[in-house]
Ligand binder design. Structure first.
Ligand SMILES: *[C@@H]1O[C@H](CO)[C@@H](O)[C@H](O)[C@H]1NC(C)=O
Ligand SMILES: *[C@@H]1O[C@H](CO)[C@@H](O)[C@H](O)[C@H]1NC(C)=O
Ligand SMILES: *[C@@H]1O[C@H](CO)[C@@H](O)[C@H](O)[C@H]1NC(C)=O
Ligand SMILES: *[C@@H]1O[C@H](CO)[C@@H](O)[C@H](O)[C@H]1NC(C)=O
Ligand SMILES: *[C@@H]1O[C@H](CO)[C@@H](O)[C@H](O)[C@H]1NC(C)=O
Length: 626
């Protein structure tokens, strides 16, 4: 990475050490519009006025042509660009002191589309900050930064604060009604000493593991990205224990309006290559796919224009859903009411899952084969009407406390997970060893949620038991959840789907979700809204595999794994064993066997345990210090 060679003439860290002084200065004299300066900082003599722009306050090293080119290339490749210490420290301090000033008033925003935060009622000083980012010179700079026009007049500005319970649900900034001219987004972090346990993380959904998706940048970090179909991100809910102030400045730059669009422009040269589609503003992309008629151009251009039209639709506006969820619809019982002649289900200690699953599922060998293949390929498998209807109804009644004296019956019903035949059944499906563990009942109440995680070890809880997880099992028992257009939250978000609309899985009644925990099995549960009207109930279980169990128990199995490269068979603990502990010589004396196992170690590390990720590009001055 070229940016790593940049050396700062003046270290911003030196000035940051004097943080406290700067903010005190600014607070003592709130009407002082000039940013505080330090005697030793010769670059700091710009004051805020009508002609001030980002050029005056952006860290000088960022303005070098090769740094700008690096940022631009990464933005146009669809990455999130993260710049630490982006602005001159005294300017960051000034903005922070304005936002934390006594005369600032915040207005709570609570929208039914699951965005919740506080915005400022502008003061003269906060308006001045907006004006700096809205200055023509700032928009010209941002145009150079992103390679897309930021010269439009209707950029959006938001100074916001997030308090406990506040969050922003998943969004792209590309789908909103007003996104037609949207060009480049900038989020400037102005939170000081914020702690991870307080929530409020910025999560970039294109990452292929949670470690890569969470961004816990510090004060004065800037995020820049281009809104498009794949720029899904969200702000995780702020927890009740949060004490700091989560402050941000958010700018959505827009492009000049070039409409009416026409084939007079050489659009096939400008945007023809797949990687150049991202230069297109949504309005023009929509015009190309819906309205443009290639036959209106000169005959020699028509073929290229046709190709452009098709490619923009397929690769940019409506990218292929990544097909990371496999849904088994309810084939048999299409809606014909209660009595399908099914017997009452009597559960005892000897009942296994085979006795309570919908028989039409178990009898369908082809379908079971597909479930197995999709599960083993790392997809989320969603099975609608998975269990016998009467069994599901009965368990729901018991969970919902509608009937009393059912403790034993409920224990037996939940206990079907614990049966040896249940283990054998899931081992066949998953290709992994599946020792059962007792299932748990979970009720996601209003205010509950789960942040993105993969259940693949390393969750930061230091819980060894979690490292052995081999199969995730969630049976949803939610009746009439989020009916019609209402949004109650609680969706199960499956990040490998990439395209936002395909990421959301609304839990339903008697739906079974199965998945293999892997590095990229990232998922979350959306914040359950206070206004939800029914119970989001579920039964959750984990199956486990020890390190010495299939498929790593013996040399033959390991060699088999090395040949098939079927890493999804490995639990986190097994993969960790192979990478960090396995000694090939203790498994086999045969030299070629040892070579194979050595290669296995390397590949499991690179391709499975620690997959590489390039969803974000960091410019981090601290790393560049000598
Ligand atoms: C800052 O001061 C120096 C020296 O006095 C001057 O050359 C430079 O133009 C000033 N910069 C700004 C942005 O005012
Ligand atoms: C902010 O301004 C709006 C109207 O613009 C007003 O309704 C609201 O009460 C103000 N908020 C505060 C905290 O003063
Ligand atoms: C937020 O808005 C929703 C729907 O718009 C409403 O039902 C709910 O009561 C509001 N909650 C708060 C805390 O204001
Ligand atoms: C930004 O500047 C343009 C003119 O250049 C103006 O029309 C627009 O209202 C400004 N936006 C804000 C939020 O001040
Ligand atoms: C700002 O930084 C804090 C941690 O220092 C982080 O939790 C938060 O998500 C960041 N905000 C943004 C918008 O990046």
């Amino acid at each position: 990475m070229r940016a790593f060679n940049i050396l700062l003439s003046i270290s911003p860290l030196v000035s940051i050490a004097a943080d406290t002084r700067a903010s005190e200065d600014a607070r003592l004299n709130p009407s002082n519009h000039e940013p505080s300066c330090f005697e030793d900082d010769i670059t700091c003599n710009a004051s805020i006025g009508p002609s001030s722009s980002m050029l005056d306050f952006f860290d000088d090293s960022l303005l070098e042509e090769d740094v700008l080119a690096d940022i631009r290339d990464n933005l146009l490749a669809g990455r999130l660009v993260v710049i630490r210490d982006a602005f001159k420290p005294e300017f960051a301090e000034h903005v922070h002191s304005v936002l934390t000033g006594d005369d600032i008033q915040w207005n709570h925003r609570n929208r039914s589309d699951l965005k919740r935060f506080n915005i400022v009622n502008h003061t003269i000083e906060s308006q001045e900050i907006v004006d700096i980012f809205n200055n023509t010179k700032s928009r010209e700079l941002m145009t150079r930064v992103s390679g897309r026009s930021c010269m439009g007049h209707d950029a959006g500005f938001r100074l916001s604060e997030f308090k406990p319970g506040d969050h922003i649900s998943h969004h792209t900034d590309f789908h909103d009604k007003n996104a037609g001219l949207r060009s480049t987004n900038l989020v400037w972090n102005l939170s000081k000493d914020w702690q991870k346990e307080w929530g409020g993380a910025f999560y970039w959904a294109a990452a292929n593991s949670p470690e890569a998706g969470y961004h816990f940048p510090t004060f004065n970090t800037v995020f820049i990205f281009i809104p498009n179909q794949l720029s899904t991100h969200h702000v995780t809910p702020i927890t009740d224990i949060a004490k700091g102030r989560r402050l941000t400045l958010n700018v959505k730059y827009s492009a000049e309006d070039l409409s009416p669009y026409s084939v007079e422009r050489p659009i096939e040269d400008l945007y023809g290559r797949k990687e150049d589609h991202i230069l297109l503003i949504k309005n023009e992309a929509t015009w190309i796919t819906r309205t443009m008629n290639p036959d209106n151009a000169e005959p020699e251009r028509r073929q290229k224009l046709r190709e452009l039209k098709e490619s923009v639709a397929k690769n940019y506006l409506y990218p292929q859903e990544h097909d990371a969820v496999y849904v088994v619809e309810d084939a048999e019982n299409d809606g014909d009411g209660e009595d399908d002649g099914e017997d009452e289900v009597i559960v005892t200690k000897d009942t296994s899952i085979l006795d309570v699953l919908d028989p039409s599922l178990l009898e369908d060998d082809k379908l079971m084969g597909e479930i197995r293949d999709n599960l083993r390929a790392g997809k989320l498998v969603v099975i609608k009407q998975a269990f016998k209807r009467k069994f599901a109804e009965r368990v729901w009644e018991m969970l919902d406390n509608q009937v009393s004296g059912t403790a034993d019956e409920l224990r037996n019903a939940v206990g079907v997970i614990d049966h040896p035949e249940t283990s054998a059944f899931f081992e066949e499906l998953s290709g992994r060893r599946c020792r059962a563990k007792r299932a748990q009942r979970a009720w996601f109440r209003p205010g509950h949620y789960q942040d993105p995680h993969n259940d693949f070890g390393q969750n930061g809880f230091g819980n060894r038991k979690e490292d052995t997880r081999s199969l995730g099992f969630i049976w949803w028992l939610a009746k009439a959840w989020s009916p019609g257009r209402e949004r109650w939250g609680g969706e199960y978000v499956w990040y490998p789907s990439k395209v936002m609309s395909a990421m959301f899985n609304k839990p339903g009644f008697n739906e079974l979700f199965l998945f293999l925990p892997t590095a990229s099995s990232v998922h979350s549960v959306e914040y359950v809204e206070q206004w939800s009207k029914s119970k989001l109930l579920s039964i959750i279980s984990w199956f486990h595999a020890g390190v010495g169990e299939y498929p790593v128990a013996n040399t033959n199995q390991l060699e088999d794994l090395a040949r098939t490269k079927d890493w999804n068979k490995l639990s986190y603990e097994q993969a960790k064993f192979i990478v960090h502990e396995m000694n090939p010589a203790s498994f086999t004396a045969d030299v070629s066997g040892q070579t194979l196992l050595l290669e296995l170690k390397e590949k499991v590390a690179k391709q499975y345990l620690y997959p590489s990720d390039d969803s974000a590009f960091y410019i981090d001055w601290e790393l560049e210090e000598h």
